[in-house]
Unconditional design. Structure first.
Length: 282
């Protein structure tokens, strides 16, 4: 456990989510705890923009699998985000950059979506870094940033982690959360070990949760009605899967785990996939 860090020492926490549900899924209990401490946590969704027209066949397929209306999907997801943020006690903000499946036809198969970042997406790292620092300035220039470790290798998660590394290089404290549900699989844990060795400083910081905080996280996750069934389609009961992982992380106590992200002026793996091999993630 990282003994030098406690929730009370966190300055104006900002959680970066690649997509609308990622923070609630991965570290919603910590967000609730910060809210209870009066820290006014902010959840910023990086890829919350409207789809570009026309939609690719891949994007349309993603919608069909989830039973979503092409024309209303982003508005629905924003509504879900606001509902979840209310449960967590957080403020919600999103940028107008679209999700990877909507950025032209850069990603047309799952293997591409969970693989190497498309060269045309590389400028997004600097663009998003500047946008995040603008948000930090609105917080009086003080913030503790939380970003995904990018377990599972989704390109948007990789970009979010790179943004975190770039912000860390400018002197801000940045912590990486373990992406769920990806981290809950055996392959996900192997990938977590690889990523922490490459990008993080040990030891991790464990945030222990009360039963109440854990249940509020579950309640927030349930707000994403358009996503939950699909996300957990191969994992069974949502509460059981998340509780098992939280107890494993906390060695018998409910916990969420964070890793201090190393600073990087450039993206270390811009042109190399961070996705684990042989994992069917979609």
């Amino acid at each position: 456990m990282h003994e030098s860090v406690t929730p009370e020492k966190v300055l104006k926490p900002i959680f970066l989510a690649p997509h609308f549900d990622d923070v609630a899924l991965s570290c919603g209990g910590t967000v609730c705890l910060f809210a209870e401490l009066g820290l006014r946590p902010l959840v910023v969704t990086l890829f919350g923009g409207e789809p570009r027209e026309p939609l690719s066949a891949f994007a349309q397929q993603q919608h069909r699998w989830r039973g979503l209306d092409d024309a209303a999907v982003v508005q629905l997801r924003r509504k879900e985000e606001l509902a979840a943020a209310k449960v967590l006690g957080a403020q919600a903000l999103w940028f107008d950059i679209p999700d990877a499946i909507y950025r032209d036809a850069r990603y047309t198969f799952d293997s591409e979506l969970f693989g190497t970042i498309h060269p045309d997406d590389l400028p997004l790292v600097e663009e998003l870094r500047a946008m995040v620092e603008d948000v930090i300035e609105l917080q009086d220039g003080q913030a503790t940033l939380f970003v995904p470790l990018a377990i599972g290798g989704h390109v948007d998660h990789q970009i979010a982690r790179m943004v975190g590394s770039a912000v860390a290089a400018r002197g801000y404290p940045v912590w990486a959360y373990e992406d769920l549900p990806y981290a809950a699989s055996s392959i996900g844990q192997e990938h977590c070990s690889e990523l922490t060795q490459q990008y993080a400083a040990a030891p991790p910081w464990l945030v222990f949760l009360s039963e109440e905080l854990f249940r509020r996280r579950l309640e927030a996750i349930s707000c994403y009605e358009s996503q939950v069934a699909f996300i957990f389609r191969e994992m069974g009961d949502v509460e059981e899967a998340l509780r098992t992982y939280a107890l494993t992380v906390g060695k018998g106590h409910l916990a969420e785990r964070f890793w201090e992200l190393r600073a990087s002026v450039g993206a270390v793996s811009y042109l190399e996939s961070d996705a684990p091999e042989n994992e069917d993630t979609e």
